[in-house]
Each structure stands twice: as C-alpha cells, then as structure tokens.
Design a protein around this ligand. Sequence first.
Ligand SMILES: Cc1ncc(COP(=O)(O)O)c(C=O)c1O
Length: 344
Amino acid sequence: MNFIPHSKPTLHTKDIAAVSAVLKSGALVQGKKVLEFEDKVSSYLGVKAGVAVNSGTSALHLALLALNIGPGDQVIVPSFVCTALLNAVSYTGASVRIVDVNEDDFNISSTQVKKNLNKKVKAIIVPHMFGCPADLKELSIFGVPIIEDCAQSIGADYGGRQAGSFGVLSICSFYATKVMTTGEGGMVLSNQTKLLDRIRDFRQYDHASNFQNRYNYKMTDFQAALGISQWQELPQFIKRRRQIAQIYDRAFADGDFIIPSKDNSRAPIYYRYVIKIKKRAKVFIEQLKKKGVGASQPVFKPLHHYVKGFQCPVADQLMDQGVSIPIYPDLSAHQIRQICSACM
Ligand SMILES: Cc1ncc(COP(=O)(O)O)c(C=O)c1O
C-alpha cells in the first residue's frame, strides 16, 4: 500500500516546459513573465493590479507597510492560522491583537474583532481559512482597513464576487502545495494606485533617488512562467477539489465527524478539508498514518500560544479536534476510497 501524502503540488509536463523555456532564454530575473502573471491574477480577482513578490509573507509585510503601519500601531489577526501573519506584523514594529475564530468555518470571528477594536488598530488581516471565505460583510462594517489573505483561497467566491476583491489590499501565496504554485511566491493586489506604487517601491532596494528601508522581495521570471502555466489549470484544480469535497461530505455525513459547514453565499475551494472528530486529533492522525494516510493538524500552533495575553477557546478546541485530510487534484478514486475507509 503506497502512503498518501497530506499535500502535494500538481505539476504537469507543460509546467516543466514553461520553466525550461525561461531558463533557456537566460532572462531569469523579474521581467515580462512577472508582468504577465500579475495581469492574469489581478484580472481574475477583478482588481486593478497586482505586484508579484517572493512569498505570501513578504506580500503581507508590504501590504502592512503600504498602509504605513509601524511601531505603536496594532493589527488584528485570528489565532487559528500560521505564523506568517505574526511575522509580517512583527517586521513592521507594530503589535498584534489576536482574536478567536468561528467554530463552524474556522475564520476570524467578527464578534471578537468588534470587542478588540481601539484607536491603535490600523488594520485587520482576514485569511479565508482552508479556502472558505470569511464573513467580509460583517467585517467591513467596522471601517478598519481589511487586508484579505487569500493564501489558501484563490478562486473562492463570496456573494458572487471573488474573495480578494473586497479588501483595501489582498495577498496571495503560491507556495509549493498551495492551490497553484510558483514554488515559493506571493502577490499583493489592490484597486488603489498609490498603494500599488508604494509596494512596487518597497519590493526592490536599488534604483531609488532617496534611501529608506527597501527589500529584495522580487519574483523571478521562471517562477512567474510556472505560475502562468498553473493558472491555465486553476479552474480544473478547483473543480476537482470541489468534487473530492463532495465525496468526503457524503462519506462523513453519518459518522462521528463534524464536516465543513455549508452556506449558500460562499463557494469554498477546499484548499484543506478539515473534519472535527470526537477523539484527540493527534491520536487520530497517528492512526491514519499507520493506515497509509498522511493527515495533519490544520494549524501547527495557534498564535495565542506564541503571544501571551489573548484567550481563544475556540482555536484551542479546534487544535484538539481538527484534522486535515488529503485533498488535492492528483488524488485517484482509489486513494479517496482509501482515505475514507481509513477514517471510519
Ligand atoms: C493564511 C496564510 N497566510 C500567509 C501565508 C504565508 O505564505 P508563504 O508561505 O508563501 O510565505 C500562509 C502560508 O501557508 C498562509 O496559510
């Protein structure tokens, strides 16, 4: 029995050919391919423009800098997410206010955001966790700039519009096992020219008339070529993820599991399929491993366990009970059956 990994990039021969063509051309650095990739992503999301960078974390950092966030400011982030958010805020010298998430969709809780607002809060980072859009309508009424974090949700739909087109800024990640990949990579997107210009300025350290902190956050043209090639398949990738999610929905409906919630106003893309179980997640994950299935806790460690002073009981409960099972386009029907029976 072959082991089924928890996550895996979907790469085809044409992806390799696209990267090879750029390597053969010798024009490796940020250039025409990056511009083409930025155009593709921004038109798909329905925003004015995108600025490609070398990771989702860099994208978050530049989004915060574009909003002039720095020492003395506060940024609201959810607890149940990876430490990229914590790092990006920390790079700027600002501090985080960590809030709890919803039990049903694992996204930042608007009720908790409301309780944490004060004059120092200059932005809210809103990740659409595991590919399911957060409640942007509720979150936008506070009048605080929203940075939509679409690292896990490119292609997800909220009320008929692309997630990523609501915030003053939005970011993507194209890390190897994301919905589509450039190996490592990211993008910041916005409708505001002024913010986009600032981000382009921060992205490269040289060729500026004055000195201020600038970064080397550029994406290479061969990464962008991979991104463009993967982009053509994005609709297929998402379709397949949704098909697999439907199979899981049916398989787990009657068991001892709580499956991802459904809501007609949102169309998730199932970057992850997270079930809640009654046993301890860690034990269940070990059992799956013995049956040849790679599963994982959806988050390594919630952010309020790194930074003292915040209580997030829902995130704690999800750490205890949440299990992410494999979901990616390359899974065969046989593997899907193996995953379902391993969970029962
Ligand atoms: C919600 C979220 N935001 C940001 C990031 C950071 O992206 P990257 O790994 O490309 O830096 C990740 C990465 O997993 C993520 O899941």
